[in-house]
Design a protein around this ligand. Sequence first.
Ligand code: NAI
Length: 334
Amino acid sequence: MKHKVTLIPGDGIGPEIVEATLRVIEAAGVEIEWDRHEAGMLAYEKCGNPVPDELLESVRTNKVALKGPTTTTVGKGFRSANVTLRQKLDLYTNLRPVRSIGGVHSRFEKVNLVIVRENTEDLYSGIEKLISPGVTQAIKVVTEKASLRIARWAFEYALKNNRQRVTLVHKANIMKISDGMFLDSFETVAKEYPDIKADNRIVDALCMNLVMDPCQYDILLLGNMFGDIVSDLAAGLVGGLGMVPGANIGDNCSVFEAVHGSALDIAGKNIANPTALIFSAVLMLRHLGENEAADDIWKAILVTISIGNNLTKDLGGNASTEEYTNQLVKEIQD
Ligand code: NAI
């Protein structure tokens, strides 16, 4: 069956790792008609809108998108294309599986965490202003509806994926009303799932626990801001940002993308690690029902990394993005 998927190559290392990912998907024998669209800086320069209507329409129609990272300027410029996409398409779940892979040098060997991040609210509300010279304000929005919805999603994921525990991460000792509601909603939903252990941690203590012993956690459920920060921390536990995939999931459509950004420091050098985006494509292929191809790609990555001859620089090797991808393609076709 031929699928139609929206493709957003992005910028920075985006086009390089997207190219690698398309080669690997093709080698696995999945037929996809790609509907290419620009987003972020490139779209903004072309039409003055980082998330053009045609892009939104394409994702709504195809229901699935694969996205490379997009740059957002710091402290000025247009609003993040990622935040806009997630909010406009109501992609309320950000799923980020964080797993140790044999052969990747890291401090821990058996990390198997799932990060579930609420993707539409919190300090990402976009309500931020200069009140008077020298005084600013940003508003953290937390609604009961979105809190109940993401908690239910996390418990359902636990059930379907044979996970035992969901830990809610918050700062309700300080933000008693907003994070307090996030926590209360979680506890309400937890009662509907008596077979799944539910507990909570204050975010600062969680960070300490994670760097000391990440294997003690199963599913972590976080709001948008803490979810963003803890995701990068967790990536550091399993070999870095080049290894962690992600999926933005809504009730009607999903956008698959790596956790990392556009990595401008290494863009255009053919040295970026495409694994995180390829793992995101594995999630996408499972979503499309292409489980055999997803398994083949997953195994090719495990074998290539465990042999260790053709790894990119971040994994301790000397291979280019292209050489690493050639090896994956070879493994899939063997
Ligand atoms: P970043 O994730 O792009 O890079 C952080 C560090 O990790 C850099 O040293 C980079 O070289 C390295 N790195 C990241 N991905 C890598 C890969 N695949 N292979 C090897 N090394 C990799 O974060 P940074 O530098 O803070 O952000 C750069 C831009 O990306 C910003 O404009 C930010 O807004 C944007 N961004 C976009 C995201 C998205 O489109 N989903 C997510 C995160 C950031």
